[in-house]
Design a protein around this ligand. Structure first.
Ligand code: PRP
Length: 286
């Protein structure tokens, strides 16, 4: 039986959420431990736990078919692996940072400077695009230390909360690009594997849609139904059930997490009461 080989981080910031996402998709896997490869018992998937920086090349070489990795790692790899879907977690940015006291006037400030980074390709692309000549000093980790020990004038590194920069007396001065976890795939997959990837993507989309929505139940006076339906139109349309009290109905619908509090205020103003909000586990629009 054909199996799709998926690479995920062995350790690092994406590992836990990558494993959790596959599990939320109903795919049974164990989280690796000492094992490099594990099989799913209920989905045609073989999971390869790999070092983050190696993942793009493994996908390119066909050792793995698809991967969950940061879009920053994809970009840095300069390979032709394709992004299938953004996954909405592990958001961060690749930024330029300088010592707090530096008066950074814009990218041109970097002209002739020494910049430490673990992302030499991305940095080089940025410098070329901006017509800047600077010296790239490649370091594989703890890049933030470089300006303090006189190794560099600036750094180019991932920033998430910003606390590592703060602790090292640096400030973020320019965001080169934003990154998040993505599902990426080899440009060359057999039809069988494309079909499994489609099933996997479908499950991921159902899980992600559920996370970004809430199921909402409320009671309202009958004459307000038209207005309330416009506020929470749901997937196709809301469900309306009679209450055991004349002139009142119960209305059920789905609402976007992002607009949730704004909508609740509008529903209250429209006369809704007894509002219940429930998490959705999976959501399949069609
Ligand atoms: C990244 C990056 C920074 C840190 C930034 O390292 O290199 O050191 O996270 O995060 P913050 O803004 O929340 O402080 P990571 O932990 O991914 O490990 P790495 O050193 O292996 O890159």
């Amino acid at each position: 039986m054909t199996k799709l080989k998926i690479a995920i981080q062995k350790s690092g910031r994406l590992h836990d959420e990558s494993v959790a996402l596959l599990r939320e998709c109903g795919i049974s896997i164990d989280n690796g431990g000492d094992k490099f490869v594990v099989q799913s018992s209920n989905f045609p998937l073989e999971v390869y736990y790999l070092r983050n920086a190696d993942i793009p090349q493994y996908v390119c070489d066909g050792v793995a078919d698809v991967a969950i990795l940061g879009s920053n790692t994809c970009t840095e790899s300069h390979t032709d692996i394709r992004e299938v879907r953004r996954l909405g977690f592990s958001r961060c940015r690749l930024s330029i940072a300088v010592p707090r006291e530096v008066d950074f006037t814009g990218p041109k400030w970097l002209q002739g400077k020494k910049i430490a980074t673990s992302y030499p390709n991305s940095l080089n692309d940025f410098l070329v695009e901006n017509g800047i000549e600077a010296e790239i000093h490649e370091i594989s980790g703890s890049v933030e230390i470089a300006p303090n020990i006189g190794l560099a004038d600036a750094i180019c590194d991932l920033v998430s909360s910003g606390s590592t920069l703060l602790k090292n007396g640096l400030k973020e001065v320019y965001t080169m690009f934003r990154s998040e976890a993505v599902l990426a795939a080899s440009p060359r997959l057999s039809a069988d594997k494309e079909a499994i990837l489609k099933q996997l993507t479908f499950r991921i989309e159902s899980v992600m849609a559920a996370k970004s929505s809430k199921y909402i139940l409320l009671n309202a006076p009958e004459e307000k139904v038209g207005h309330i339906c416009k506020l929470i139109p749901g997937m196709r349309s809301p469900t309306i059930l009679p209450l055991n009290e004349d002139g009142w109905i119960s209305l059920h619908s789905v609402v976007d997490e992002d607009r949730f509090w704004e909508v609740i205020e509008q529903l209250k103003e429209a006369g809704a009461e007894g509002i219940l909000v429930v998490s959705i586990e999976k959501m399949i629009a069609r």
